[in-house]
Design a protein around this ligand. Structure first.
Ligand SMILES: Cc1cc2nc3c(=O)[nH]c(=O)nc-3n(C[C@H](O)[C@H](O)[C@H](O)COP(=O)(O)OP(=O)(O)OC[C@H]3O[C@@H](n4cnc5c(N)ncnc54)[C@H](O)[C@@H]3O)c2cc1C
Length: 383
C-alpha cells in the first residue's frame, strides 16, 4: 500500500503519537513566564531548553499538531561536517555544536531522544569532484574501498567517509522533548500581538489572549501577525522524499546521493529542491525521477517501490542561513526562523542559545551571526 505522507508517524509508539496532539485547543495558564509559538523542532527544543534552564512557567502553542510543518517532513539527517563544502565557517561551527548537543541530550534526556549514530559516505565517479577538504573528520576512499563498503554500484565510485554523524525520526525526537514540557496546547494559532512600549504584552490566539512575560516565535517562516511589523525576507523551497519497501540491499549508513537505510531495511531517498513549485501536492514525475536515480546508481534496488512518498516546504531566508535573534525594537520577544535544510540538526543549539539569551538578557556569542540586521535596508517584508 502506498502512503502519501512521511513514514515518521507510523514509527512512533502510541504514547509518542498522543504527544503530538497534546492539550488540543486548551490553554491551561494564559499568564506564562515564557510563551513559545510554533511546535516544530525549533519551538519544542526551545521550550524544553527554557524549561530545563528554570526560566519559569513555559507554554508552547502550535496551530496544528506538533511537527505539522517542515519538521514532520524532514529526512532527519544530522550531518554537520558536509557543510564545510558549502557553508560559512560560523554555520559549520554552529552545526557541529548542535550535533554535539544532540548527543548530550541523547545521553541525559529521560529515555533519550532517538538519536542514531551513523556514518556518512559521499560518492562521486571522479575523486576530483569532491572538493579538497582539510577536515580530519573526512577519510578519502578509493573506488576499491567504496566497492567493498557498497557492493553493487552501477559505476566505480570514489568516496568521502565521515564517521559519527547522526539521524533521527524527527517526530520521535519532538515527542520525547515535548513530553517533558509542563504545558503544550496544540490546535491553537497565534493571530496577533499587542505591543506596549518595547514589550509584547498580549499574544492573541484562536483560543483566547495570552499575556506572557516573554515570547519566542519559532514559526518556521517569520510569523505574519496583526500588530507585528517584521521586515525579514523569506521564501520556501519544496522538497520531495520517499521511503521504499524493505530492501534486500545493505547500505552502511547515509550514502549520498543514493539513500539512507532505515531500521527495517527500507531506503529513505530524495530530498529534492523543487524551487518555484508552490503546490502542496506530491508530484508523480518528481517521485519517478527520485526512483530512477536510485535504480541507476544501485541496480539491485530496481523494482523496489515507494511505500511512503511526501513533500514539504523548507523555510528559507534569501542567504539560506537561519535567524536567531531578539526582535528589533522589542525587549521581550525573540525569533528563530529560516532553518531551511538543516533545522532538525540546528534545533538543540538554537534552543540553547535562546534559553541563554532569555535567561541572562545578554546575546550569547553563538547567536551573533544570525541576526535580522543582515536584511536591514532591503525594503523587503515577507517574500
Ligand atoms: C524534504 C526536506 C528534507 C529535509 N531534511 C532535513 C534533514 O535531513 N536535516 C535537517 O536538519 N533538516 C532537514 N530539513 C529542514 C527541516 O525540516 C526544517 O529546517 C525544520 O523542520 C524547521 O523547523 P522549525 O521548527 O523552524 O519549523 P516548522 O517545522 O515548520 O515548525 C513551525 C511550526 O510553527 C507552527 N506555526 C506557524 N505559525 C503559527 C502560529 N501563528 N501560531 C501557532 N503555530 C504556528 C506551524 O504549524 C509549524 O508546526 C528538511 C526539509 C525538507 C522539506
Amino acid at each position: 500500500m502506498l502512503v502519501e505522507s512521511a513514514i515518521w508517524r507510523d514509527q512512533l509508539t502510541p504514547a509518542e503519537r498522543a504527544e503530538l496532539v497534546r492539550g488540543a485547543g486548551r490553554i491551561a495558564d494564559p499568564h506564562p513566564d515564557l510563551l513559545v509559538v510554533g511546535g516544530g523542532i525549533a519551538g519544542v527544543a526551545t521550550a524544553a531548553a527554557c524549561h530545563q534552564a528554570g526560566l519559569g512557567s513555559v507554554l508552547l502553542i502550535e496551530a496544528g499538531r506538533l511537527g505539522s510543518g517542515a519538521t514532520g517532513g524532514a529526512a532527519g539527517l544530522l550531518t554537520p561536517e558536509i557543510h564545510e563544502w558549502s557553508d560559512p565557517e560560523p554555520f559549520v561551527d554552529l552545526a557541529r555544536a548542535s550535533l554535539h548537543r544532540w548527543a548530550e541530550l541523547e545521553e541525559t534526556w529521560p529515555g533519550g531522544i532517538g538519536l542514531v549514530d551513523v556514518d556518512w559516505i559521499g560518492l562521486s565517479p571522479d575523486p576530483g569532484d569532491l572538493a579538497p577538504h582539510q577536515s580530519p573528520a573526512v577519510e578519502w576512499l578509493d573506488t576499491g574501498q567504496v566497492a567493498e563498503l557498497i557492493p553493487g554500484l552501477a559505476l566505480p565510485m570514489a568516496g568521502a567517509l565521515i564517521h559519527h554523524q547522526g539521524r533521527v525520526n524527527p517526530l520521535r525526537s519532538l515527542a520525547r522533548l515535548s513530553a517533558a514540557l509542563p504545558a503544550v496546547a496544540t490546535g491553537v494559532a497565534a493571530t496577533g500581538v499587542v505591543i506596549r512600549g518595547d514589550r509584547v504584552v498580549t499574544v492573541e490566539t484562536t483560543a483566547g489572549d495570552i499575556s506572557p512575560g516573554a515570547v519566542v516565535f519559532a514559526t518556521g517562516l517569520p510569523p505574519v501577525l496583526d500588530g507585528l511589523d517584521l521586515d525579514v525576507p523569506w521564501e520556501r523551497v519544496k522538497g520531495h522524499l520517499l521511503v521504499t519497501e524493505p530492501a534486500p540491499v545493505r547500505l552502511p549508513g547515509i550514502v549520498a546521493p543514493v539513500a539512507t537505510q532505515l531500521e527495517d531495511g527500507r531506503l529513505l531517498v530524495g530530498g529534492t529542491f523543487d524551487t518555484g513549485d508552490e503546490s502542496p501536492v506530491v508530484r508523480d514525475d518528481v517521485i519517478e525521477g527520485i526512483l530512477a536515480g536510485l535504480y541507476a546508481t544501485l541496480p539491485e534496488a530496481r523494482g523496489l517501490r515507494a511505500a511512503y512518498r511526501w513533500c514539504c516546504f523548507r523555510p528559507r531566508h534569501p542567504d539560506g542561513l537561519p535567524v536567531i535573534d531578539r526582535i528589533p525594537g522589542l525587549g521581550n520577544a525573540w525569533l528563530t526562523s529560516g532553518h531551511y535544510r538543516t533545522g532538525i540538526l540546528l534545533a538543540p543549539v538554537t534552543a540553547q542559545a535562546l534559553a541563554r539569551w532569555i535567561g541572562s538578557d545578554e546575546p550569547p556569542a553563538e547567536a551573533a551571526a544570525w541576526s535580522t540586521e543582515r536584511f536591514a535596508g532591503r525594503g523587503l517584508s515577507g517574500r
